[in-house]
Design a protein around this ligand. Structure first.
Ligand SMILES: C[S@@+](CC[C@H](N)C(=O)[O-])C[C@H]1O[C@@H](n2cnc3c(N)ncnc32)[C@H](O)[C@@H]1O
Length: 295
């Protein structure tokens, strides 16, 4: 009976935004006795497991930024905080703040921080499109990994980055962008259910520029992420959960999610990293270089 209700939860979660990240946390904890980051893996080695693939993605994004050491760093859309704590430990900012719209994620992040005795790490519940409670010009670096595809009002998010960064401060955004306008009815319905709002590249470039943010680099990592998914058959070798039926359900749920993500990345979307700075003036004209980047 319990397994049946878990099966129903998994099916609902696959189709609903509010449940999705809660269930992902449950799946990680059940499958691996630990919480993992909530983003796609980036391929580096055949032996990488899921968590290592996820760390690779974080490292690739942060390697494009100036050093985080002794800086004030804000992670927007921080999920369960696993990535936030990883950044704090590996990159040694003086202050690390994680912000997410879901209170449940933030409670989990705070408990992981407290259990591991991390200092100078704070979490808050807030919306990326209006980061109430975050002071203007208060951070050196803003990190945003695989969250912005949930923001319908990206212009407001970009303006908030501009407001919150110190002059000359840097940002990295890793996001999934749309590469085709027309999807079939099922995928349009699924995107609405999961609160996904993919922007095409030209809108992204214009939006960042309008907000007064430079784009110093953009990197397409679609093929590295797809290759990361190729290792997914190995991920469940580390399965630690109990019960054969539960294991089958969780494995099936994971396989459906992986197949969906791969199909999307192959057919409808692309995975990009943008890195840039807060310009000294707002409403900068879109310069030649940026127009070329969009082509
Ligand atoms: C795919 S997860 C990524 C989590 C984390 N960045 C990581 O890489 O592990 C996306 C996260 O974005 C958060 N999110 C969605 N909409 C948001 C919003 N409007 N403001 C802040 N966070 C949001 C979700 O709650 C979720 O935790």
């Amino acid at each position: 009976m319990r397994v049946l209700s878990e099966a129903l939860e998994l099916i609902k979660a696959g189709l609903a935004k509010n449940q999705y990240y809660k269930i992902m946390n449950y799946v990680y904890k059940e499958a691996f006795s630990d919480y993992y980051m909530i983003h796609f893996p980036f391929y580096q080695n055949d032996t990488d497991d899921l968590l290592q693939g996820q760390k690779n993605l974080t490292n690739v994004c942060l390697s494009l930024l100036p050093s985080l050491h002794d800086k004030r760093v804000l992670e927007v859309g921080c999920g369960n905080g696993v990535q936030t704590l990883y950044i704090k430990e590996k990159y040694r900012p003086s202050l690390m703040v994680g912000l997410d719209i879901h209170e449940e994620n933030i409670k989990l992040a705070e408990s992981l921080r407290d259990n591991n005795g991390h200092q100078n790490v704070e979490f808050l519940v807030s919306d990326a499109q209006e980061m109430a409670g975050v002071e203007s010009s208060s951070f050196d670096i803003i990190v945003n990994i695989e969250s912005a595809m949930h923001y319908p009002e990206k212009d407001r998010f970009f303006s908030e980055i501009f407001r919150i960064l110190k002059p000359g401060g840097s940002y990295v955004i890793a996001d999934i962008l749309s590469k085709v306008e027309h999807k079939n009815i099922f995928f349009r319905w699924l995107e609405r259910r999961l609160d996904q709002s993919y922007w095409p590249l030209d809108s992204y470039i214009k939006g960042l520029s309008r907000a007064g943010l430079s784009i110093d680099m953009k990197k397409d990592i679609t093929s590295d992420v797809l290759k990361g998914f190729e290792l997914s058959s190995n991920w469940f070798a580390n399965y630690t959960g109990s019960g054969k039926l539960r294991k089958s359900l969780i494995t099936l749920f994971a396989k459906i999610q992986i197949a969906k993500h791969k199909y999307y990345l192959r057919n409808f979307s692309r995975y990009l990293i943008f890195v840039g700075k807060k310009n000294s003036g707002r409403q900068d004209s879109i310069n030649e270089r940026i127009i070329q980047m969009g082509s």
